[in-house]
Structure formats: structure tokens, C-alpha cells
Design a protein around this ligand. Structure first.
Ligand SMILES: *[C@@H]1O[C@H](CO)[C@@H](O)[C@H](O)[C@H]1NC(C)=O
Ligand SMILES: *[C@@H]1O[C@H](CO)[C@@H](O)[C@H](O)[C@H]1NC(C)=O
Length: 496
């Protein structure tokens, strides 16, 4: 009897231990990823589309295309059940839908914001610590018609000015694209769908053609197996020489990088430097020419020059970006003779600081370009300030190139790493690296919390002199919170 009891007790204890251990690991696992769909493995895909003009707004909708926001979201149980309809995706300025603030219904810019929130409500997936909505395909046209007076300068409204600095073929150069949508279908155990189109409004959904701009993102996955593969294509043309195409994990609420309004996305927890890593597989088939600033990774956020978080006031909010450019043809503009293109200092992984005038130690070739916010009051000279028109507010950009000094963070260390013919799965200590990058702050202010609201990969073909094509596949994307990050996040959650 006694023996049986003991055995039973031991058995029970084991069961309890195993049970509690599995609880702990399940909890750790669910907290380890900051994205709703870790590694892009979820069969029930959530993906959306957004197109931006030069200053990250809409301006004017393309004829018969509706507002440039769309989504393809479905659940899979035997067959696909779509959550979004064609009518939802075609919604355009003036059309009502559930939840829209009627004051915004006739304004193309505000309408697109509301449409994104609406599509988010259809795609939303319940989760802890909060629900999430979708991966975001972002397409941007870099043409700027300076005579339109459409884009503010560092957030300030300014009158039209004479052209010259920016590409534009004439009136209408800032147009939104034609959007063609292949709704996701299941066939022989494989799911596939896509968004594609062109900026050339006299063209259609016929696919890629010489001399005509083109974009395409096709997603494909075998049911129950591995990751979604996001296959991208981007083609520039004479009329559209500056195009951007990214796949973004954005914040599920609040301001994502480059926005000044509420967005929807995939980051159910916002990663904070230094406590996170990013995993992704990237297979670049075509680079997109010498001007293709291919971002292995781009991180975006927003904080004010005094370190305070952004609040939507475009005069004092500053978008902050950092990008690792892996096109081996991209030169380092930062050099001993080009100090204005370098950040004021570099910090090594063991926290040594080298000023940019320290020619023996500063790693010039690790930086393509640094530019400071145009609204900063205490900049160290010489300095170059960032383009004041291409964001709704001032911006600061730190662009990196492969270099041995980034090796400790798992980043590319030499030209050609991860480029065409060198497909890789990367595990990048983005948190560690971004905690040591220089970002401007007013003297005497306490350092901003570096919380990232957008993490993405893709290319910016920056004013190509001939038609160029980039082609790449992205998969396995994940943002992993490292242990101390998880703890901090829990504390932050509890305080609310
Ligand atoms: C929007 O436009 C319609 C049609 O012109 C008009 O009836 C409506 O009052 C407008 N709404 C707002 C909020 O301006
Ligand atoms: C280098 O730059 C730092 C920071 O701006 C400055 O304090 C220092 O005097 C400079 N050194 C030389 C040799 O110019």
C-alpha cells in the first residue's frame, strides 16, 4: 500500500513537473517572437498592400483602383476562407465602410489611413500580448512634382518650387499604381496568391513588359510545410526611375516608421534595443543595377530630438531609419574627405567610441551615408541633412555597408555577402547593433528609448539611369525577443 502510494506520488509529481515544464516552455516560446506569424509558417496568411507617393501619402487615387490599400487574408481548414472581399479592396475615397470617421471620407490621405484600419479589423488575429493583422507589402514612387506643393518640408507646409532636384516627367508623375490581385488559391496542397501592377496607367494587368514600370509580390506555401516564400520583382522605367518595394513588419497600432498616423501590422510586441534579433532568408536573383540600395534589413522608428516618443506633431517628430545595404556596387560616401556623410562617431561592440576625425580608427567604409534631421538645432559641422520632402516630418538616416566591424552582430562583413548567388539565412543581432548607432539628440536630454515600429527588407532603386529589374525571395522572417527583452517587456506590460 505504502509503496503503491509512493509510486503514485512520484508519478503524479513527474506528471506535474512535465506539465509545468511544458507550460513554461510554451510561454517562453510564445513570448520569444515579436511577430504574429513567427518565421512566416502560419498557413492562414495575413498580407496587405500599401502604396505611397513621395511624401508617404496618397495625393490622388489611380482611376478605378480605389484607395491604395488592399489585403489578402484567409483561414485554412480544408479549403480557404477569405476574410476580405474584392469590394473591400476596391473601396475608394467617398465610399463609406464600417467604422470610418465621416469627416475623413472625402480626403484621399485620411481615407487610406481609415481603410488600412478597416482591413486590419477584417484580418485581425487574436493573440497575446495583443492581436495582430498582417505583413505589409509597401510600394513607393520616388517621383516628386515640386510644382504641386504636395510635400511638406521637414513637416512644414511650403509653397511650390522650381523642379530640378527630383525626378518627374511632368504633371501626374506622383500617381498611384494599377493594382492587380491574384487572390490566394489552394491547388494540389500548395497555396499561392499575389499583388502586381504598374505605375504606367495606360498599361494594365498583362504582366511585365519592356519600358514599363512593374512590381510583383507572389506568395507561395505548401500546406503544413515550412515558410511562405514571398517572391518579389521591381522594374524601373524612364518615367519611374525611383521605386521602392519592401515587405514590412509594422506595429499593430501607433505610428510605424515613416507614418504620422495609426497603422496596423505584424509586430504584436515592439522590439527595443538591445534586446532583439531578426531572422530572415533572402535569395536575391537580380540586383536591380548599381543604384539599387538593397536593404538586407531596414529598421524604422520615431522619436523627438529631445528623446521623447513621437506624438503625431510633424514639426517635432523625427522618423529614424537605419539600413544595411548589401549591393556591392554601393560606395561609401562617408570617408576622411567626406566627413559630412559620416555620423559624428562610431561605437564598437566593446563600447569604445571613435570620432569621425580619428582617421586611424574610424571605420569609414562601414557607412554608406549618414544624414541628420533638418529640424535639429545643435548639429556638429560638417553635416548633411536628410531630404526634407520624402517623409511627412524630418528624418534621420544611418546607412551601413558590409564591414568586418559588424561581424560580431551577425551582419555581412564583406562586399557581396548575401548578394546574387549567395542566398542565406541571416540571424542578425539588430538590437545589439542599433543600440550602438549614433542618432542625434539635443544636448543634455536623456537618451530616447530605441523602440522599433517597423522592420523590413527590400530594395530602393534610387534614380536608375536605365530600366533595371530587381528580383528576390524573402522567407522565414522573424523578430526574436532575447531573454532580457522579454523580461523588460513583461514589466512594461504589467505597468500599464
Ligand atoms: C463628401 O462629399 C460628398 C459628395 O460631394 C458630400 O455630400 C459630403 O457632405 C462630403 N462630406 C464631407 C465630410 O465633406
Ligand atoms: C575630433 O572631434 C572631436 C569631437 O568633435 C573633438 O572633440 C576633437 O577635438 C577633434 N580632434 C581633432 C584632432 O580635431
Amino acid at each position: 500500500m505504502a509503496m503503491e502510494n509512493t509510486t503514485l506520488f512520484v508519478l503524479l509529481l513527474n506528471v506535474l513537473l512535465v506539465f509545468s515544464a511544458s507550460l513554461v516552455s510554451a510561454e517562453q516560446q510564445s513570448q520569444a517572437s515579436a511577430v504574429g506569424d513567427p518565421g512566416m509558417q502560419r498557413d492562414g496568411l495575413r498580407v496587405a498592400f500599401e502604396a505611397w507617393n513621395f511624401c508617404n501619402e496618397v495625393g490622388q487615387e489611380a482611376p478605378h483602383m480605389g484607395s491604395p490599400r488592399a489585403a489578402d487574408c484567409f483561414d485554412l481548414s480544408g479549403s480557404l476562407t477569405h476574410k476580405v472581399t474584392e469590394a473591400d479592396n476596391r473601396l475608394g475615397v467617398g465610399d463609406s465602410f464600417p467604422g470610418i470617421n465621416p469627416e475623413n471620407i472625402n480626403n484621399t490621405d485620411l481615407y487610406a489611413i481609415e481603410k488600412e484600419l478597416y482591413l486590419g479589423s477584417l484580418c485581425e488575429v487574436a493573440d497575446t500580448p495583443r492581436p495582430w493583422q498582417f505583413w505589409m507589402v509597401m510600394l513607393k514612387n520616388g517621383n516628386y512634382d515640386t510644382r504641386s506643393g504636395l510635400c511638406p518640408q521637414d513637416g512644414k507646409k511650403v509653397p511650390p518650387f522650381s523642379p530640378g532636384r527630383f525626378p518627374c516627367f511632368g504633371q501626374g508623375c506622383m500617381n498611384q499604381p494599377i493594382l492587380c490581385h491574384q487572390w490566394t488559391q489552394l491547388k494540389d496542397g500548395t497555396m499561392q496568391g499575389g499583388f502586381s501592377g504598374t505605375y504606367d496607367l495606360d498599361s494594365g494587368c498583362g504582366g511585365e513588359q519592356d519600358g514599363v514600370s512593374y512590381y510583383e509580390v507572389v506568395w507561395e506555401k505548401k500546406v503544413n510545410v515550412g515558410s511562405w516564400m514571398f517572391k518579389h520583382k521591381l522594374r524601373t522605367s524612364k518615367k519611374y526611375p525611383w521605386l521602392m518595394l519592401y515587405l514590412r513588419a509594422d506595429a499593430t497600432k501607433g505610428f510605424s516608421g515613416g507614418y504620422h498616423y495609426d497603422t496596423r501590422g505584424m509586430l504584436k510586441t515592439l522590439p527595443e534595443s538591445p534586446n532583439f534579433k531578426v531572422k530572415l532568408s533572402l535569395d536575391i536573383k537580380k540586383g536591380g543595377g548599381g543604384k539599387s540600395q538593397f536593404y538586407l534589413l531596414d529598421i524604422g522608428s520615431c522619436w523627438k530630438n529631445n528623446g521623447a516618443p513621437c506624438d503625431g506633431d510633424v514639426l517635432t517628430d523625427v522618423t529614424r531609419y537605419s539600413e544595411m545595404i548589401i549591393n556591392p556596387e554601393t560606395p561609401a560616401w562617408c570617408s576622411p574627405k567626406g566627413l559630412a556623410n559620416c555620423p559624428p562617431f562610431h561605437i564598437t561592440p566593446d563600447n569604445k567610441k571613435f570620432f569621425r576625425n580619428d582617421t586611424a580608427n574610424f571605420p569609414y567604409s562601414a557607412y554608406h551615408y549618414y544624414c541628420a534631421p533638418g529640424n535639429a538645432q545643435h548639429l556638429e559641422q560638417p553635416v548633411s541633412t536628410c531630404d526634407p520632402y520624402s517623409n511627412p516630418q524630418a528624418q534621420e538616416i544611418v546607412q551601413l555597408l558590409p564591414h568586418p566591424i559588424w561581424g560580431q552582430y551577425g551582419y555581412p562583413t564583406k562586399k557581396g555577402d548575401g548578394w546574387v548567388g549567395d542566398a542565406r539565412t541571416w540571424e542578425l543581432d539588430v538590437g545589439g547593433l542599433s543600440s550602438r548607432l549614433y542618432f542625434y539628440q539635443d544636448p543634455g536630454t536623456s537618451p530616447a528609448k530605441r523602440i522599433w515600429t517597423s522592420i523590413d527588407s527590400g530594395t530602393e532603386i534610387f534614380v536608375s539611369d536605365k530600366d533595371e529589374v530587381a528580383e528576390w525571395t524573402l522567407s522565414d522572417f522573424d523578430v526574436i525577443l532575447t531573454q532580457s527583452g522579454t523580461n523588460l517587456m513583461n514589466k512594461a506590460e504589467r505597468k500599464k
